[in-house]
Ligand binder design. Structure first.
Ligand code: ADP
Ligand code: TYD
Length: 208
């Protein structure tokens, strides 16, 4: 890992809920830090004080009346703050940024999942992310049926959506990854160690 030039690179993890993004992002951050890289870890919704406030609105099961349009805008608010306050400054300092979710999540969830206009989402994404795209996106892919078996006891407002919703989101992620030359689909239905190795190998292949 130490010979990889990851200075100023944005690495994103994407996938449906419980696919293993956080586990793999955490493991990658540790590996990179151990190898001497300067790394900033972030995630959405969240990553900043405003993003965290927005996160609690978005995920609270009390907010049943939240409109799909309002939901989209709140994710965009979190992204704008995270991009301006965390990601861009870190990249400018030459740090590696590891993000659990970024712009692909809004297209998959609000677009493919909720059925909102894909062009509108891309347009909002482009502004919120200041035109920034991940240098590499790892789509940790698992079937919705496997995700259900990993479900946590406390499910949030989006996790409690139907199996059909989560299937559409997964399909959306796969289509988006197919059209993105910087996206790599990783089979997430394997042991965490196998996935960690796979991610590391792809990084070496791309940036060594
Ligand atoms: P996400 O961030 O995508 O929601 P997490 O990394 O938080 O996913 O993992 C969700 C749950 O699934 C946790 O209980 C975690 O221990 C478990 N998990 C993560 N990766 C795997 C894996 N490869 N196989 C089985 N269970 C996993
Ligand atoms: P996250 O914190 O990644 O949840 P988890 O760790 O359980 O995967 O994201 C919370 C929820 O927000 C998750 O269900 C996915 C959803 N989400 C969107 O619908 N659109 C978005 O743009 C983002 C970033 C997340």
């Amino acid at each position: 890992m130490s010979t990889i030039d990851l200075k100023g690179k944005l690495i994103a993890f994407e996938g449906i809920d419980t696919s293993g993004k956080s586990t793999q992002a955490r493991r990658l951050v540790k590996r990179l830090i151990d190898a001497g890289h300067s790394v900033v870890s972030t995630g959405e919704p969240g990553g900043t004080p405003i993003g965290n406030s927005v996160r609690s609105i978005l995920l609270s099961r009390e907010h049943e009346s939240l409109l799909p349009f309002s939901e989209l805008l709140l994710f965009i608010v979190s992204r704008a703050q995270n991009t301006h306050e965390v990601i861009v400054p870190a990249l400018q300092e030459g740090k590696t940024v590891v993000a659990s979710r970024y712009r692909m999540s809004s297209v998959a969830y609000q677009g493919y999942g909720r059925g909102m206009d894909l062009d509108l989402i891309q347009e909002l994404n482009e502004t919120a992310a200041c035109g920034l795209h991940p240098d590499i996106t790892f789509l940790i892919d698992i079937p919705a049926e496997v995700a259900v078996q990993r479900k946590r006891t406390e499910q949030d407002r989006i996790e409690i959506e139907s199996m059909e919703f989560h299937r559409r989101v997964r399909q959306g992620f796969l289509e988006l990854a197919e059209g993105d030359p910087n996206a790599i689909v990783i089979d997430g239905d394997r042991s965490p160690d196998e996935i960690t190795e796979d991610v590391a190998q792809h990084l070496r292949a791309r940036f060594c």
